[in-house]
Design a protein around this ligand. Structure first.
Ligand code: SF4
Ligand code: SF4
Length: 167
């Protein structure tokens, strides 16, 4: 049974903080290719069982990077020019090298659905990223979202069982 209660998951992140730190060290001692194989299989099962439109927690809580290609695609999707799009929706670092959506929750979340889904930023397409190889290289970032994303939470808890992690 998959856990999708965001409150329970957020509480688990606090309660299991020490356990998860220990699990990160445990994972780092394992063969990275074997971990990728397990995570990929668990991600497939978990993603199929969780309806992101009932959750939307990443869209409500994450700062979303907007790359140049994202801005161009989103502006075209919204029939705006890029400058107007950026003025309205994007905040840039003083050096202009980093651009993020200028609100959290994201402007484009409505009734837990993305209203620019076809044109959404690359980061949104990739999150939570468990399908990508190199899981062990991204432990810090993945566990940072353990208490936020039900897909990550369920995959990690199932991975503990698969690997007979004693805690
Ligand atoms: S662009 Fe869409 S998918 Fe990305 S954070 Fe906003 S609402 Fe979510
Ligand atoms: S990716 Fe994770 S946090 Fe985002 S909507 Fe899906 S389950 Fe929720």
């Amino acid at each position: 049974m998959l856990q999708t209660d965001l409150l329970i998951i957020a509480e688990a992140a606090t309660e299991k903080h020490a356990e998860n730190e220990s699990f990160k060290s445990f994972l780092a001692r394992h063969d990275a290719a074997r971990i990728d194989e397990l995570v990929l299989a668990l991600d497939k099962i978990t993603t199929a069982g969780i309806d992101c439109t009932q959750c939307g927690n990443c869209c409500r809580t994450l700062m979303i990077n907007v790359e140049e290609g994202d801005a161009a695609r989103l502006a075209a999707h919204l029939n705006m020019n890029i400058a107007d799009f950026e003025n309205r929706y994007v905040e840039k670092s003083s050096a202009g090298t980093l651009a993020v959506m200028n609100t959290i929750p994201c402007h484009f979340l409505s009734d837990n659905k993305c209203v620019v889904y076809e044109a959404r930023p690359n980061e949104c397409r990739e999150f939570p990223g468990l399908h990508k190889p190199g899981f062990n290289d991204r432990l810090f970032a993945t566990f940072m979202h353990y208490g936020r994303c039900p897909i990550i939470y369920n995959v990690i808890e199932a991975l503990k069982v698969k690997l007979d992690f004693a805690g």
